[in-house]
Design a protein around this ligand. Structure first.
Ligand code: DGY
Length: 321
């Protein structure tokens, strides 16, 4: 029996590619080149599956351009906002993702962003690199303590809860908004807010941990930023398009928002140039899941989905419209 043919859109960790070669007939991307929708459709000719990542824009047009041989798209990511799942369903294409395995790595990066923004790690490191550090100075520049502050978590799923765990360890008070309220055991003392707006008003530091959906895109905008306490801090390790960049940059310039820690951006890697010029931003290049262990786990999870599908079983992580 011939092995299922899998189009792999990016270079994956070596152990993941080794398992792919063992169990499938993969078309790998050795040069790790980004493919246009047209190139992707051409490479998918005769393929049974596409193993995609967040850099593949699989909108309705791209999905409709895929050849009829493709029966499953397994994304190497927990987020699937880059895939038009409804368009895939219409064509009978199964979509799967990789939840769970990147929770802790992403929560770690969120804490790094939170501390980096609060303590001025961006400008601090720049002083060293640019040789502008003159001496230790009692009066500044200064950051802000996180201990005793209120952390507002927008989106209390797996990652939001893992962020709360870490924030409790540094003495923060946890507030959250989520589509559905957690059980008392799940809340662990966190205070639930019925609406994002109610949460924002109580967030000394706001951490964005929700998925990008039609409801959350642009949710952090001039109107909602105005609800934050004066000098609040904004942290985003979820998706860039949840934030209106112009509005956040204006708030960072006015001091309404004292600092921002960002790992994700609308249109990345071409981020809004306004962020680069601000000393009160701590910026990372989408490193949330970027550890050797986690990237292996994401690859193996994507392969578990393919294995189940091609064994005629329900994949463990299906995504539905
Ligand atoms: C995901 O899996 O959605 C992440 O953004 C990749 O780090």
């Amino acid at each position: 029996m011939s092995l299922p043919r899998v189009l792999v859109t990016r270079k994956l960790p070596a152990d993941v590619e080794a398992r792919l070669k063992r169990d499938y007939a993969p078309l790998l991307n050795e040069e790790d080149r980004l493919f246009s929708a047209g190139e992707l459709a051409a490479r998918a000719e005769g393929m049974d599956a596409v193993l995609a990542t967040v850099t593949d824009k699989l909108d309705a047009a791209a999905i409709n351009a895929l050849p009829g041989s493709v029966r499953i798209i397994a994304t190497f990511s927990v987020g699937y906002d880059h895939i038009d799942v409804a368009a895939a369903a219409k064509r009978g294409i199964t979509v799967t993702n990789t939840p769970g395995v990147l929770t802790h790595a992403t929560a770690d990066i969120t804490l790094l962003l939170l501390l980096g923004a609060a303590r001025g790690a961006g400008w601090g490191e720049a002083m060293i690199r640019q040789k502008t550090w003159q001496n230790w100075a009692p009066s500044g520049p200064l950051g802000t303590d996180v201990t005793g502050k209120r952390l507002g978590i927008l989106g209390m799923g797996r990652i939001g809860q893992a962020v709360a765990l870490r924030a409790r360890a540094v003495g923060m008070e946890i507030h959250y908004h989520n589509r559905s309220r957690l059980s008392e055991a799940g809340e662990q003392g966190a205070q639930y807010h019925e609406s994002p707006e109610a949460l924002f008003a109580q967030s000394d530091i706001l951490s964005i941990n929700c998925a990008s959906t039609p409801q959350t895109r642009g949710l952090i905008n001039a109107r909602t930023l105005a609800l934050l306490p004066e000098g609040a801090i904004v942290v985003n390790s979820a998706r860039g398009d949840i934030v209106d960049d112009e509005a956040l940059i204006a708030a960072l310039q006015s001091g309404k928002v004292a600092a921002a820690g960002l790992d994700v951006y609308a249109g990345e890697p071409d981020i809004h140039p306004g962020y680069r010029g601000l000393s009160n931003t701590f910026l990372l290049p989408h490193l949330g899941s970027a550890t050797r262990e986690t990237r292996n786990a994401m690859g193996f999870c994507a392969l578990d989905n393919l294995d189940a599908f091609f064994a005629g079983k329900a994949p463990p992580n299906p995504v539905t419209p």
